[in-house]
Design a protein around this ligand. Structure first.
Ligand code: PXG
Length: 294
């Protein structure tokens, strides 16, 4: 039996229901986090909690509990389900209201948390890497809905993902309105050229990914130079290596973009090193918030 945290209690998944009047459903009005636990520890929990509080602040949503209480919800959801390695989805919506856009009639936010088994990529998938296409969908401008807000409104990215699916590619790369590379639909992007790793800066309109932050730290520890700088598709096509990072994928090689082979067309040595170092760090407990199991 899977138990879901929903507004203060744990309920069986079949009974975990939100109202059709919830503004999360009606308008995509809310925020979420995708988190992972490794060996009974929630990876970078404090950063995920800080990020969801920052996103909520940006959309003027008051989370009805403290950061410590919300962190406890995440850990308890894992513990109640006896999950040690899992994927965690934490969602906070504006709550139940009426049919108008205005949230004034939404009395209290809906808070739920799901912990579920995670589908891992195989060693072969990591080795072979994946094909990516560039989407015609531009990434949201930071002046419209800032991509730093991990909001429930992901249509922009979903349209790009549909395009990737139709093209038989695993992911879609998105550009900003100036044609600068931003990120993929649910992952940040890195390229490697002449031994240097490059990744777009947050200000061009991307999610400040927690895996991305970890990769930046890991690269420093491994002595691999890394620069946050703007680049175009030209730089991606002509990179020696390209990889994506995200909570689900960790770090996975991109071996072709828009039909152009990247480097040797396999997971390159820098990507390999980053992935190994990332997985070691994630499982070391160094960044993990321990879950107490009863
Ligand atoms: N960019 C975007 C647009 C994302 O949504 C990332 C980058 C990577 O961020 P993190 O913090 O995970 O390194 C994301 C993350 C899901 C799901 O279930 C979505 C994400 C992560 C995990 C699961 O859809 N988005």
């Amino acid at each position: 039996m899977q138990y879901i945290y929903l507004n203060g209690e744990f309920v069986e998944s079949d009974n975990a229901k939100v109202s059709v009047f919830d503004h999360g459903v009606l308008y995509g009005d809310g925020v979420f986090e995708g988190i992972r636990a490794y060996s009974g520890r929630v990876f970078r929990l404090k950063e995920h909690i800080d990020r969801i509080f920052a996103a909520a602040k940006a959309i003027a949503l008051d989370i009805p509990m403290s950061k410590a209480e919300l962190a406890e919800v995440v850990k308890k959801t894992c513990a109640v389900n006896n999950l040690k390695d899992c994927y965690i989805r934490l969602v906070i919506t504006r709550g139940k209201g009426d049919l108008g856009l205005s949230p004034t009639n939404c009395d209290k936010p809906t808070v739920f948390c799901i912990a579920a088994g995670i589908k891992l990529y195989t060693a072969e998938q990591y080795e072979k890497g994946m094909a990516v296409i560039t989407s015609v969908q531009r990434r949201n401008k930071a002046t419209i809905v800032d991509p730093q807000i991990k909001s429930l409104n992901y249509l922009n990215n979903i349209l790009a993902k549909i395009e990737a699916n139709r093209a038989g590619a695993a992911e879609a790369l998105m550009l900003n309105h100036d044609g600068i590379v931003t990120e993929c639909t649910g992952d940040n992007i890195f390229i490697v050229k002449d031994g240097v790793i490059y990744t777009p800066p947050v200000y061009i309109g991307i999610l400040d990914g927690i895996t991305r932050r970890t990769v930046i730290e890991v690269a420093a520890k491994e002595g691999i130079p890394l620069k946050e700088s703007e680049f175009t598709l030209f730089n991606v096509y002509n990179a020696d290596e390209c990889f994506l990072t995200g909570t689900a994928a960790e770090a996975i090689a991109v071996t072709s973009v828009d039909g152009r082979k990247i480097g040797e067309g396999v997971c390159g040595p820098v990507t390999r090193k980053i992935l190994d170092a990332f997985q070691k760090a994630a499982r070391s407990g160094e960044y993990g918030d321990e879950i107490i199991y009863k």
